[in-house]
Design a binder for this molecule. Structure first.
Ligand SMILES: Cc1cc2nc3c(=O)[nH]c(=O)nc-3n(C[C@H](O)[C@H](O)[C@H](O)COP(=O)(O)OP(=O)(O)OC[C@H]3O[C@@H](n4cnc5c(N)ncnc54)[C@H](O)[C@@H]3O)c2cc1C
Length: 308
């Protein structure tokens, strides 16, 4: 039985694994791939590669720390997690089983797709799923954001400070009429197309416009970049019967990345903590590893910092 199994090879899982190794924990690292969502980079016609610092470079440092640890790394998809009397059993797709006293879940989240013509074709070529990451590159640009919930409103709020113009396309009212929504949408350079449906994304080498349908009319909105900011869907199904999830399926964690189940820790985008960026995922992963280490040492409930 291992001391910990870390599931997920994105920033959170890589940081947790590197930290667990530094602590000389008997750790097993299981992931479908390495790098997670940072493997993808948005290409924009006006941005040269050297101008952007991307997450992939940051996590490369962590990855190299683990490269020589082939013996404790399994490249596989986890299909099931069960509770044992003294820990947990992780089953991977080919049926192999691995047991551990603790688990660190760092399986990330995926952006909901629109599933319209042009979306796949222009994905990461002017179209992407992370306004938070790429907003700083939108100086003097016109952008379209698609979505109607807080994720989209956050994206619009950030972009409206940088871009020339932001058009929000919302298929229903969602959070638009909340106080936060009204505030975000009151900016002069923000236009809203309510109850409008995206029917197509068009362009050349890059996405260049979004065609929408509203009130029975079609409209083509030119765009330098398109951000699909619908829901993020957490990859939490593996532990849905073991730990508490919030209403959207994110794993609930406390400030030490402990879940409701003693011995299970979670980090990064799969949690309800504020994450969605590489640096936050890295910090979260390290905290989860530290908490798992504490748990193994029998210090799981002990205070940290102030000892009173
Ligand atoms: C297009 C795009 C570009 C981005 N660029 C940046 C950027 O430049 N800078 C930045 O700060 N942030 C960026 N972000 C946000 C950042 O990528 C995420 O916040 C970060 O990757 C989250 O890390 P994570 O480890 O929690 O999850 P992820 O990176 O999503 O990694 C999850 C890992 O878990 C694995 N996994 C999932 N399910 C299973 C399973 N059942 N079995 C085994 N393995 C599994 C996956 O293969 C993956 O390796 C970007 C996001 C997107 C969508």
């Amino acid at each position: 039985m291992h001391e910990t199994i870390i599931i997920g090879g994105g920033p959170a899982g890589l940081a947790a694994a590197a930290y667990a190794v530094r602590k000389r924990m008997d750790a097993l690292f299981i992931s479908k791939g390495l790098g997670g969502r940072t493997q993808r980079r948005l290409l924009l016609p006006w941005v040269e590669d050297y101008q952007v610092m991307v997450g992939a470079e940051t996590i490369g440092r962590f990855q190299t720390q683990l490269d020589y640890l082939d013996f404790m790394r399994v490249r596989a998809t986890v299909s099931q997690i069960e509770r044992l009397d003294e820990g947990f059993r992780v089953t991977v797709a080919d049926g192999k089983q691995h047991d551990a006293q603790t688990l660190i879940i760092a399986t990330g989240a995926v952006g909901e797709r629109l599933n319209v013509p042009g979306e796949r074709e222009f994905e990461m070529k002017g179209l992407c799923y992370s306004a938070m990451t790429y907003a700083p590159l939108m100086v003097d640009r016109r952008v379209v954001v698609v979505g109607n919930e807080l994720l989209a409103l956050r994206g619009v709020a950030e972009l409206s400070r940088i871009a020339t113009h932001v058009t929000l396309v919302a298929d229903s009212d969602g959070d638009l009429d909340t106080a936060a929504g009204q505030y975000v949408l009151s900016h002069d350079n923000v236009t809203v197309r309510r109850r409008a449906r995206v029917v197509e994304i068009t362009g050349d080498d890059y996405a260049r416009s979004v065609t929408i349908e509203h009130d029975g009319q079609r409209e083509e909105i030119p765009a330098d970049a398109v951000f699909i900011e619908k829901q993020l869907i957490p990859n939490s199904r593996l532990v849905e019967n073991l730990v508490d999830l919030d209403a959207c399926g994110f794993i609930q964690v406390d400030s030490r990345n402990r879940t409701s189940m003693p011995g299970i820790f979670a980090a990064g985008d799969v949690t309800d903590a504020m994450a969605f960026q590489v640096l936050m995922g890295l910090g979260d992963g390290e905290k989860a590893a530290l908490s798992a280490f504490d748990y193994i040492l029998g210090l799981g409930g002990a205070p940290f910092g102030c000892e009173k």
